[in-house]
Design a binder for this molecule. Structure first.
Ligand SMILES: *[C@@H]1O[C@H](CO)[C@@H](O)[C@H](O)[C@H]1NC(C)=O
Ligand SMILES: *[C@@H]1O[C@H](CO)[C@@H](O)[C@H](O)[C@H]1NC(C)=O
Length: 233
């Protein structure tokens, strides 16, 4: 017989496990981790940590429909510098990462990011070797850092991270998207033309081979990162 104490400890750790997904509440800008939701739009799941699973929902963009009037600050960063997102805890689900940016017409604060305005600046894919193993270099990291291409025109941008957790992705809408949008003011920029441009939502249907996938059996021989190519300037 298990004692009541052992059983309740087991239940508690199970509850912790199932409820302890994660969010991306902080930017890393100029080498500093900003406060939670200081330069990132507070997401609907800031307490629940629950993912988005419908890639066509309005919340697939910035996941902040519950807080339309909550405006964070905007971090000023120079083109060519490295910025990042920090998670609320290590990103333990196996999966991949994409980071997109979109230039606001002027002030980013009240801009919704609609239209074909998003380009990809960074990705961390899966590593395969023809079917014997699949590994996820983005797994168990607390933060992800990436350069803002030097050729990015100066101005205010939304920068959106998505970590696509693939542990339950073998059924439609089983992939879990952990999303945040930060606000940045890019200075010292160039005259590049970022692209290809996509709409979010709109960029995915949910049927992509990198989103609707069984990562366990048979072990995928290859992995196709969802979304457009990375623009590096
Ligand atoms: C942007 O808009 C917000 C909200 O209206 C305002 O508080 C802020 O001062 C504006 N920033 C700039 C640089 O105009
Ligand atoms: C963006 O940076 C420029 C140059 O430093 C500055 O003049 C402007 O006030 C900044 N805007 C915001 C919204 O931080």
């Amino acid at each position: 017989m298990f004692s009541a104490k052992v059983i309740s400890a087991a239940l508690l750790s199970f509850a912790t496990l199932v409820s302890s997904h994660y969010t991306f509440p902080s930017l890393i800008a100029n080498g500093v981790v900003t406060g939670a939701w200081a330069d990132v739009r507070q997401t609907n799941n800031y307490q629940s940590n629950a993912p988005v699973t419908d890639v066509t929902s309005a919340d697939f963009r910035c996941y902040n429909s519950a807080f339309p009037n909550l405006h964070p600050g905007t971090a000023t960063v120079s083109a060519g510098s490295t910025i990042g997102f920090q998670a609320s805890q290590a990103v333990y689900h196996p999966g991949v990462v994409n980071v997109y940016m979109a230039k606001a017409p002027s002030n980013v604060t009240n801009w919704d990011g609609s239209g074909a305005v998003w380009f990809k600046v960074y990705q961390i894919s899966a590593v395969t070797n023809g079917g014997s193993t699949i590994t996820f270099p983005a797994q168990n990291a607390l933060s992800y850092s990436f350069p803002i291409p030097k050729a990015t025109p100066s101005g205010q941008y939304l920068v959106r991270i998505e970590q696509i957790a693939l542990h339950a992705a073998s059924t439609f809408q089983g992939a879990q998207f952990y999303i945040s949008c930060g606000q940045i003011n890019v200075t010292g920029g160039g005259s590049g033309t970022p692209g290809p441009l996509v709409s979010i939502p709109g960029v995915y249907t949910g049927n992509e081979p990198g989103i609707l996938i069984n990562i366990y059996y048979p072990v995928p021989a290859t992995y196709t990162q969802p979304g457009p190519a990375v623009w590096s300037g």
